[in-house]
Design a protein around this ligand. Structure first.
Ligand code: ADP
Ligand code: MG
Length: 348
């Protein structure tokens, strides 16, 4: 067994894991001597999730302004890459088969990054999954299990290697029938952008949390940020309690958006090889300096399964992961295990 097994089955009593991680850049100053700081929090609905931004600093007005700017930034990112309404990404999809199509350079850059992550994960993360992904509906009351024949046909259009991006002019070529969906990376990218704006505005302590995909800066009331990782089948149970600063913690799993037919769970992470929901892991949590990367990687790890997931992560500098396999076992990457303190308790 190459990977630590922290809890054998999710039905066992609570196992709490305390992790101290400082993966981020030391250049991000921490304001230890500051007197009592003001704290401003805001919740907004954006990118299909509840986004929370909280910031601490000496000047309440400055915090409000910084959060206004971060909010505007994340809405700008959403407008660029949503596929729920007209957007530059939708225009690109509509132009599939027409040769090189001009897109905003920022969109082309994110697509190029997504393609690189496709290569890194050997196609487990594949933004062209959308050709088959669009056949699936997970919305409550409107669930749809596509016909096997439809899935097979759409699968011929899934292959990130057939997308061409010209970074110098922002042009992208999608073959006919292919579509791109950025649902597995856009939220992370939005979190990165929002945090960058807070930093530009001089904020030193903040969190940007997009429904559990989060990035933290500095401290919370003078202490490391504590992030509880929940078990995908028992949301009351924390399987890990991470203490972090200047890093991102992003979780993907089969419990976020799913429906059941004949006792079988169909969820929103699609295995690009089959066109059906991934069966690799129940959930994957990635800790990394960059939220877009962590977002995409967490999605990929759910496709890859725990063994391949941890093998991949072990080769990536400053990236750690915690995965819950299909049997509910919790496993951690090597670098994370070095920080683990397992406190077992019988009371759950
Ligand atoms: P969440 O959005 O709940 O945080 P994820 O980050 O795992 O979850 O993203 C899941 C979304 O990613 C799906 O809703 C879909 O838009 C997209 N997606 C699903 N499967 C893949 C895949 N294999 N590669 C890239 N994107 C995917
Ligand atoms: Mg993701």
């Amino acid at each position: 067994m190459t990977h630590a097994c922290l809890a054998s089955r999710w039905t066992l009593p609570l196992v709490t894991v305390t992790v101290v991680l400082l993966l981020g850049s030391e250049a991000w100053a921490q304001d230890e001597r500051a007197p009592t700081l003001e704290r401003v929090e805001r919740s907004l609905a954006v990118m299909g999730t509840d986004l929370q931004i909280a910031a601490e600093g000496p000047d309440r007005g400055a915090l409000e302004k910084a959060i206004d700017a971060a909010e505007a930034e994340i809405r700008r990112v959403e407008d660029l890459m949503t596929d729920w309404r007209p957007s530059p990404l939708m225009e690109l999809n509509e132009a599939a088969g027409e040769g090189l199509h001009e897109t905003p350079p920022e969109l082309a850059r994110l697509i190029a990054r997504a393609l690189d992550i496709g290569q890194l994960t050997e196609g487990a993360f594949d933004v062209t999954f959308a050709s088959v992904g669009q056949l699936w509906r997970f919305k409550k009351g409107r669930e749809k299990l596509p016909a096997a024949e439809e899935v097979r046909a759409a699968l011929t259009h899934v292959d990130y290697r057939r997308v061409t991006v010209e970074l110098d002019n922002g042009r992208v070529d999608l073959p006919l029938g292919m579509r791109i969906g950025l649902g597995g990376i856009a939220k992370g990218y939005g979190v990165d952008r929002a945090m960058s704006v807070l930093l530009e505005k001089g904020v030193q302590h903040a969190i940007v949390n997009a429904g559990g995909d989060l990035k933290v800066l500095g401290k919370k009331r003078g202490k490391l940020w504590e992030i509880a990782i929940r078990h995908p089948r028992d949301r009351e149970r924390a399987i890990a309690l991470l203490k972090v600063s200047n890093t991102c913690v992003v979780t993907s799993g089969d419990y976020e958006r799913f429906f059941e037919v004949d006792g079988k769970r169909y969820h929103h992470i699609i295995d690009p090889r089959t066109g059906y929901p991934a069966t690799g892991c129940m959930s994957a949590t990635v800790v990394a300096p960059d939220a877009a990367f962590a977002d995409a990687l967490a999605t990929a790890l759910c496709v890859l399964g725990s063994e391949r997931a941890l093998a991949l992560v072990s080769g990536l500098p400053r990236v750690e992961a915690l995965v819950v396999d299909m049997e509910g076992r919790v496993q951690a990457s090597e670098g994370l295990r070095g920080f683990l303190r397992v406190e077992s308790s019988d009371d759950g």
